[in-house]
Ligand binder design. Structure first.
Ligand code: DAH
Length: 360
């Protein structure tokens, strides 16, 4: 029996089963017809070999499925005369086991399909966030410069976040609208500078530490502002520390972080916790200082603030300002990440969208 006729047989048997289930038929005639279909199906070994895809599915459904047409023929078998009943029963059972064996053989002989030209699928590899990676880079650089890692709590008290940093009671920075207050005296730290205080409270000079971490301010969110961001604080207190130490440290930091060509510019400024104070600019490392959208055509990126530790701050920490001097700086990490990776919207750093992050 040819492959094509097996398919035809399946289709005919399906029609017979449909007619049976619709009822109102001449049972004997219908079963004779069924016998005429299944009896000629012989035990040819290669009956199913030429069938594929849809055809094979049809044949399987009709001859093998529990609710397939062949099995449905059992339903009214008891209503048939004995002789016909016996013939039909035998034919159905023979056909069933025939297809079972054929199909099994078919599956066993199925060649393993292995196409060596199909490109391999490489496993998905996770990666650290670009902010984490930049913080790790900062840690390496600061350690190379002789600074040790330290950290402080993100929930701070007013004393460490403001008072001991010489920020007076009615200073704008202490306004309740400028901070995430949790209670009257506790807030999410608005800067990493309180880590300076905590470290100086528990250590005597020489002190040479850095403290990276997350800080919080209720800024209106836009392409360059977010309510959380990252800073790294630097602090060096010892006898004879001068502004020259500060400048050299910042210059070396910028070169190790960004590259040999970067320039550092300090602009006079004011912070309550330093005197004198300065703003830190790096020459824009996206355009090399020519002016581009990242630096707002200025050629310089505002990176942070710095200065010589205010004697009042040292006094709060019981360090003698007559004997010791020091410098401190606070640098914005997110700005550096954005310039290093060419990102123009700070929100992208916090949305944790894998499709964005996996580019880096
Ligand atoms: N804490 C300042 C801010 O968040 C940055 C800063 C300025 C830190 C000067 C310092 C410093 O340590 O000396 O704006």
């Amino acid at each position: 029996m040819a492959a094509q006729s097996v398919v035809e047989a399946a289709e005919r048997l399906q029609r017979i089963a449909n007619a049976l289930s619709e009822g109102n038929v001449n049972l004997e005639a219908l079963y004779e017809e069924a016998l005429a279909v299944i009896e000629p199906i012989s035990e040819e070994e290669h009956l199913l070999e030429e069938l594929e895809g849809k055809q094979l599915e049809v044949v399987k459904r009709v001859f093998l499925f529990r609710k397939g047409a062949l099995n449905q023929l059992f339903r009214f078998i008891s209503l048939l005369p004995d002789d016909l009943k016996r013939r039909v029963g035998a034919a159905i059972n023979r056909t069933k086991s025939l297809f079972e064996t054929l199909l099994k053989k078919e599956e066993e002989e199925e060649p393993i399909k292995f196409d060596v030209t199909v490109p391999g699928r490489s496993p998905e590899v996770g990666r650290r966030h670009i902010i984490t990676r930049t913080i790790e880079e900062i840690c390496n650089v600061m350690r190379q410069l002789g600074f040790s890692y330290t950290e402080g709590p993100e929930v701070e008290d007013e004393y460490h976040n403001f008072v001991a940093l010489n920020i007076p009671e009615h200073h704008l920075a202490r306004d309740e609208k400028a901070n995430f207050y949790i209670t009257d005296t506790l807030l999410l730290r608005s800067q990493t500078s309180p880590v300076q205080i905590r470290y100086m409270e528990s250590h005597k000079p020489p002190i040479r530490v850095f403290a990276p971490g997350r800080v919080y301010r209720p800024d209106t969110v836009d392409a360059s502002h977010y309510y959380a961001f990252h800073q790294v604080e630097g602090l060096w207190v010892d006898e004879g520390i001068s502004f020259a130490h500060l400048k050299t440290t910042l210059l070396l930091f910028s070169r190790l972080m960004v590259g040999e060509d970067v320039k550092v510019r300090l602009r006079p400024s004011f912070f309550p916790f330093t005197e004198p104070s300065a703003e830190i600019d790096f020459s824009c490392f996206v355009c090399g200082g020519k002016g581009c959208p990242t630096c707002g055509k200025k050629g310089w990126l505002e990176i942070g603030g710095c200065g010589m530790v205010n004697p009042n701050v040292l006094r709060y920490c019981r360090i003698d300002p007559e004997r010791y001097t020091g410098f401190a700086f606070g640098i914005g990490i997110d700005r550096i990440v954005m310039a290093l990776y060419g990102i123009n919207d700070i929100r992208l750093l916090f949305q944790n969208d894998i499709r964005f992050l996996e580019q880096f």
